[in-house]
Design a protein around this ligand. Structure first.
Ligand code: TXA
Ligand code: MG
Length: 342
């Protein structure tokens, strides 16, 4: 299959182009599209065969459930059996935007979307192309991040094509995504709510609306890393190794330059995500990406920087450890998972 690339201006999505992509979705096809976090790989959530193709295209384990994207709050009831008060209040503050709720599943939603589980993850994205596409398709879209399973998410159409070309019908190229990291996943089927994946919606801002939010207990995390044959995972985003580049990555807590130099003397082609260090001029065999020192621009840049180092053919990636603190939580989460070896 050839994958068609459709350039669309995110500031004013051309309705004819969006309608063409929506027609592909309605016919059971797969369309990758930009959201304000990362690119999603969409299918009609009510078409079980189309949703099954998402798992095949990504090489995603079928026990890892997908996020369903809606264009209006009123559409949540098409996919979820309940819309609890706490979700309603959070949606008022965070939707459209990078917060995903885990809710109890509507019986009519195909089981393949939720990996057979009784809950469904739902999000209302803020990106104009994503919303226009869901509206034009007139169905909720099941859409995981548009990358091979357990690898780095795509923040440009080019990243999507690198791995999914020939496996999906279309990619809408709306330019680089602004957020750069995935949404926060919050389970609101329990009280207090549990944050299953830190993301672009900050925990502190969520807690300001609904009070204390729990982090998953270590038992969950352990069960998640136990392997692929257990029961459906509570949140596979908890899998130890996830969001990882193909080359080994390590976090350097102290002197990152020292670590880079060790690799250089051993003849290793090393890539370095530096922070505020003074980077020596004229480094041989090293590819340096100087990362922003503020959390939001850092998040926006992270996956693109890792994709670039991968494309440059480095054998090893050293990452200068970013600062601690709530605003850096999702970044630390992704870097730690990326650093876990197969
Ligand atoms: O920003 C995002 O969330 C992007 C864009 C495309 O919306 N999507 C995304 O989807 O990151 P995905 O499939 O790569 O990650 C969804 C996360 C996974 O960790 C998955 O396990 C979890 O949400 N999840 C989905 N359904 C769930 C459910 N019913 N219960 C618990 N966790 C769920
Ligand atoms: Mg993903």
């Amino acid at each position: 299959m050839t994958t068609e690339v459709i350039p669309v201006d995110p500031r004013s999505p051309d309705p004819d182009l969006v309608a063409r992509a929506a027609a592909v979705l309605r016919a059971g096809g797969l369309v990758a599209f930009p959201t304000e976090t990362v690119y999603g790989l969409g299918a009609n959530a009510f078409d079980a065969a189309a949703v099954a193709r998402i798992f095949a295209a990504k090489g995603r384990p079928t026990r890892n459930p997908l996020i369903v994207h809606v264009a209006e709050v009123a559409d949540v009831v098409r996919v979820a059996a309940e819309w609890p008060e706490v979700a309603r209040r959070l949606a008022e503050r965070f939707w459209p935007g990078p917060l995903t709720f885990v809710l109890s599943k509507h019986p009519d939603l195909p089981n393949v979307v939720t990996a057979g589980g009784g809950t469904v993850a739902v999000r209302l994205p803020a990106h104009p192309i994503a919303r226009a596409l869901i509206r034009a398709a007139r169905v909720p879209l099941a859409a995981p991040s548009a990358n091979p399973s357990a690898r780095i998410s795509a923040t440009t159409a080019e990243h999507v094509l690198r791995h999914l070309k020939g496996r999906i019908e279309q990619v809408i190229d709306g330019g680089p995504t602004a957020g750069g990291l995935e949404s926060t996943v919050l389970d609101v089927t329990c009280s207090p709510p549990v944050c299953l994946r830190p993301g672009l919606a900050s925990l502190a801002a969520i807690e300001a609306v609904v009070g204390k939010v729990l982090l998953p207990d270590s038992a969950d995390a352990e069960r998640a890393s136990a392997g692929d044959d257990g029961p459906a995972l509570r949140s596979p985003g908890l899998l130890a190794r996830h969001y990882a580049p193909r080359v080994p990555l390590e976090l350097a807590a102290g002197n990152a330059w020292q670590r880079v130099r060790d690799f250089l003397s051993a003849g290793v082609h090393v890539g370095w995500l530096s922070l505020d260090e003074v980077v020596p001029d004229g480094l041989p065999e090293v590819t340096v990406v100087q990362m922003p020192t503020e959390p939001m621009p850092y998040a926006a840049r992270l996956y693109a920087a890792l994709h670039a180092l991968e494309a440059a053919g480095v054998d090893r990636i050293v990452v200068s450890l970013p600062p601690e603190g709530e605003a850096w939580l999702a970044i630390h989460d992704r870097l730690q998972r990326a650093a876990v070896r197969d």
